[in-house]
Design a protein around this ligand. Structure first.
Ligand code: ADP
Ligand code: ZN
Ligand code: ZN
Length: 758
């Protein structure tokens, strides 16, 4: 019977179609939907793919190839996740292989034995035989003459005896040597004498914690009310939105809900938009839930990711994770028995992956995953996205509100300082208004801490010849180079290429070259000059690339070793620092006038988030915002902490101009080395789409950076009707791109869609 059975395989590539292989007879029992298998591909390549389905229909090709073997990792993707992959691939217009690449850590995928996920082992020691107490004391007596060996055994016994007096545990070799202050040669003697023996054990790559089981905090009255409301709402709706101002105790409510889910025997996924945020939350979670909590993000090594993957699926001898704290991609981890997914900071655009495919939004994917398995989703935010709030108002989501900070701490005082006025009156102190400098001064004098947000990294973001106006730009991208002072180089933030700082203008040879604009590095420099006694730190992409550096920066802030922390939006969320009272926002205007329909919403959210870091415990916080537009309506909403006003005005605009939540946006990108090829292709495709969709097709246009990594880019925006068949739109786009690719002149054109662009 097994003879002639075939498997369609998902390959880890951006190919639309699945590939069919013959299943060798001896593998028939093991090869089933979801199983990872190694297959030949092309002339020489081997890949690990995932079996999508098994059937008997002989494909109409000659020389069909055979599956080589079951993958060494012996993974089998559960059915609910395969369904999720399918949804992601259809909704976000990408291949199943691209979803697979995002979903499985590469260490579990490689077909190459040498690169296979390696379990970490450690040699540990145990008593060679079950010794009775009498025998043990005889052995100890005999060791009296060799003090090192005596010390080793005594230390071993101390380390392994638990309260009940039983001798059960094993200890690591290096721990024992260290604690007994002896040497490996003494230890070898004891092993040779047959007293202790070595055992090789699989060990975790993560540090465990010893103490857990902390008692849950008692909820305040209004927290309790919100908590009970969420519980009952989750019985009726799949998704509930918790709208709670910063420091209202949303995290405490999550912890209570996690505790309930665990009691029901369910697992919990807890998603955060950024790694920087996981650091503080992980210690809070471990305090209650100890080694049941795992963590997953891009800062982990491949092998660490593989360990987390196996422990959340319950397939590891290292102890099962029941709670997983992670960023975006953890939504694909195979947590079985998943009951609750928490999406904190649900409004955050980092939940959307921009490049490469799959260009998915982890929040929306989580809601789909919960739908597939009948789990529940809790979205949390101090500033919910307009879309989620709309879903709550229209009854699609449940809704709970916390409008007070815990402990009746007042929301911070917000002060707008006018930069244009200060420039006019010449009162600016380098890049800071007098109001900003005074507030920092006052905080430092009171031994309080300060956070300054500057949403731009590097030192100066362009360099200009003041004689002729020449500026160096990246040769691959239409982007100005950013000067990074620490490394003394010009950097392109889009493609990573760099150049040296020119001493002369490349156009007119003048030496009058000036640095313009200011990034986090420059703020750090200037603040250090203005406040020479303060300890200043910086947190941005450049200062956190080394493993453990985020943790160190946050720890120093917690321990009040840092007086002033400067950073990009990385510092805007999650930080819960006792003594932090002043928050400064430099140049909010850049965000306000960003060409995007969400710019006002984003600006409001960022200001509210970063303000939320100020004055969370005793003292009321102060937020100083530098702006040239203090009378702008959004600035007023920020000043009055008026979420409702922001929501209403944004919703009206979205309705008027056909933006989400009233339509679904799809942005089609076209890229090619040759500008005319991109122009022609974009013209053809937009004309064709317009024939069907009419005025709902916008563009084509060049994005703000029209050339990145040597490719010219054009984009077309579709505002599609939410009620129209989505499948129809998707096929329309695919059909049109396929038609373009058939023409020789467009064969190397890249076309892809970004669905629900952020
Ligand atoms: P949010 O997540 O809404 O920003 P947190 O949960 O971080 O708020 O709470 C803010 C601070 O108040 C934290 O330090 C937290 O430990 C404390 N807190 C909140 N609720 C309680 C409570 N019920 N009992 C004791 N401390 C609380
Ligand atoms: Zn010049
Ligand atoms: Zn570049």
């Amino acid at each position: 019977m097994p003879e002639g059975t075939y498997a369609d395989i998902i390959m880890p590539l951006s190919l639309e179609e699945l590939y069919t292989y013959r299943i060798p007879g001896e593998m028939c029992k093991k090869v089933k939907r979801g199983r990872a298998v190694v297959v030949p591909f092309g002339r020489k390549n081997k890949y690990t793919g995932i079996v999508y389905n098994v059937h008997k229909k002989k494909p109409e090709i000659e020389n069909i190839k055979e599956i080589i073997k079951i993958a060494d990792s012996d993974q089998c993707i559960p059915e609910d996740l395969l369904k999720l992959w399918q949804w992601v691939s259809e909704y976000y217009h990408c291949s199943l292989g691209e979803v697979m690449n995002a979903a499985i850590p590469s260490a579990l995928l490689t077909g190459d034995k040498n690169k296979k996920f390696k379990v970490k082992t450690e040699t540990r020691l145990e008593l060679a035989n079950k010794l009775k107490e009498k025998e043990l004391s005889a052995i100890l007596d005999s060791l009296q003459k060799t003090p090192a060996r005596y010390r080793l055994l005594i230390t071993f016994l101390e380390m392994t005896s638990d309260d009940s007096g039983g001798i059960t545990k094993r200890v690591s070799k290096s721990d024992l040597i260290r604690k007994s202050n002896t040497t490996y040669s003494a230890l070898n003697k004891i092993i040779e004498a047959g007293i202790l023996k070595e055992i090789t054990e699989e060990v975790s790559r993560f540090n465990g914690v010893d103490n857990a089981n902390g008692e849950l905090k008692k909820l305040s009255d209004n927290q309790e009310e919100a908590y009970l409301h969420i519980r009952s709402a989750l019985n009726e709706k799949n998704t509930v939105l918790l709208h709670g101002v910063t420091s209202s105790g949303k995290t405490e409510i999550y912890i209570h809900l996690i505790n309930d889910a665990l009691a029901r025997g369910e697992k919990v996924l807890y998603l955060l938009p950024e790694i920087a945020l996981t650091t503080q939350i992980i210690s809070r979670l471990k305090y209650y839930f100890g080694n049941m909590v795992g963590i997953y993000h891009s800062g982990l090594s491949d092998n660490e990711k593989a360990e987390v993957y196996e422990r959340i699926s319950g397939n590891s001898s290292l102890g099962e994770y029941r709670i997983l704290l992670g960023v975006r991609s953890s939504i694909f981890l195979p947590a079985n028995n998943l009951g609750l997914i928490i999406i904190d900071e649900e409004h955050d655009s980092s939940y959307k992956q921009f490049d490469p495919a799959p260009r998915y939004n982890a929040r929306d994917t989580a809601i789909m995953r919960a739908h597939i398995i009948g789990a529940r989703v809790l979205l949390g935010s101090a500033t919910p996205s307009v879309e989620s709030m709309y879903n709550a108002r229209t009854g699609k989501y449940g809704y709970a509100r916390l409008d007070r900070r815990y402990g009746s701490i007042k929301m911070p005082e917000i002060i707008l300082t006018d930069t244009s006025e200060a420039y006019r009156k010449k009162t600016m102190i380098s890049h800071f208004t007098p109001g900003m400098v005074n507030a920092i001064d006052e905080a430092l004098a009171n031994r309080q801490q300060v956070v300054l947000l500057r949403n731009r990294r590097g030192f100066a973001h362009f360099i200009i010849c003041t004689d002729c106006g020449w500026t160096p730009v990246c040769p691959n991208c239409s982007v100005n180079y950013t000067y990074h002072k620490n490394i003394g180089r010009l950097y392109c933030h889009y493609c990573g290429s760099y150049d040296s700082m020119p001493s002369r203008c490349a156009s007119c040879s003048s030496t009058n070259i000036k640095l313009k604009g200011f990034g986090t590095e420059k703020v750090e420099d200037e603040i250090s000059i203005l406040f020479p006694d303060a300890k200043v730190e910086r947190m941005d992409y450049d200062s956190t690339r080394k493993k453990g550096s985020i943790e160190k920066i946050i720890k120093d802030l917690e321990d009040a070793k840092t007086d002033i922390l400067i950073g990009t939006q990385m510092i805007s969320k999650g930080l819960d620092i006792e003594n932090l009272t002043v928050v400064g926002i430099l140049n909010i205007d850049g965000m306000l006038f960003y060409p995007d329909f969400r710019a006002y919403e984003r600006c409001f959210q960022l200001a509210a988030q970063v303000s939320g870091r100020a004055g969370r415990r005793r003292t009321r916080g102060k937020v100083i915002i530098q702006t040239a537009n203090p009378y702008h309506p959004v600035m007023k909403q920020i000043l009055n902490n008026d979420y409702e006003g922001m929501y209403k005005s944004q919703l009206d605009e979205r309705k008027e101009f056909d933006y989400p939540p009233f339509t679904r946006l799809i942005r089609i990108y076209l890229k090619h080395k040759d500008r005319t090829v991109v122009n022609m292709a974009a013209e053809i495709i937009s004309v064709n789409l317009r024939k069907v969709l009419g005025t709902r097709v916008l563009g084509p246009e060049f994005p703000p950076h029209a050339r990145i990594q040597e490719l010219f880019i054009k984009s077309i925006l579709l505002k599609t009707d939410k009620n129209k068949s989505y499948k129809y739109i998707r096929e329309l786009i695919l059909r049109n791109s396929a038609a373009l690719h058939e023409k020789a002149e467009f064969s190397s054109l890249r076309i892809y869609s970004d669905v629900d662009p952020q």
